[in-house]
Design a protein around this ligand. Structure first.
Ligand SMILES: Nc1nc2c(c(=O)[nH]1)N=C([C@H](O)[C@H](O)COP(=O)(O)OP(=O)(O)OP(=O)(O)O)CN2
Ligand SMILES: [Zn+2]
Length: 125
């Protein structure tokens, strides 16, 4: 089994609605995103998936988030769906899965770090 990892980052502000503490106030993070793709079969070049294909897809998705107020985005405008690391990881997983050509491989998980010390991972059951 092979696993390929690609990471990228974006800067964005957010606040956590109904949070009892400082995170309810507007603040920003340099968010780091790691994507893991796994599979058993390499192509004729010896690649599971070309890093550049994954990078391009992540960059396209993160461009929509970069320097934004995440709470303003449609995905997080709904009451009860806060722009947490968990919800961002799930949202990016869903978007990347639509985009990537995943023949003979699967999107294993997406990790979103709020800081080097704290992160969430979304993967399917
Ligand atoms: N499970 C989650 N918990 C928290 C999230 C989250 O997305 N998922 N988010 C926050 C806040 O956004 C906050 O900005 C981060 O909090 P924290 O890691 O505590 O960061 P601090 O810099 O405030 O804490 P230090 O003590 O200075 O490390 C909260 N929780
Ligand atoms: Zn925060």
């Amino acid at each position: 089994m092979f696993q390929v990892f690609v990471q990228a980052h974006f800067d964005a502000a957010h606040f956590i609605r109904n949070y009892d503490g400082n995170c309810a106030k507007l603040h920003g993070h340099r968010w780091n995103v790691v994507v893991c793709i796994e599979g058993r079969q390499l192509d004729h070049l010896g690649m599971l998936i070309d890093f550049s294909e994954v990078k391009q897809s992540i960059r396209e998705k993160l461009k929509l988030l970069d320097h934004s107020l995440l709470n303003d985005l449609a995905a997080f405008g709904i009451e009860g769906v806060n722009p947490t690391a968990e919800n961002l990881a799930q949202q990016l997983y869903t978007e990347l899965k639509k985009d990537l050509v995943l023949t003979n491989k699967r999107l294993a998980w997406v990790q979103v770090n709020e800081s080097p010390d704290a992160w969430a991972i979304f993967k399917e059951d």
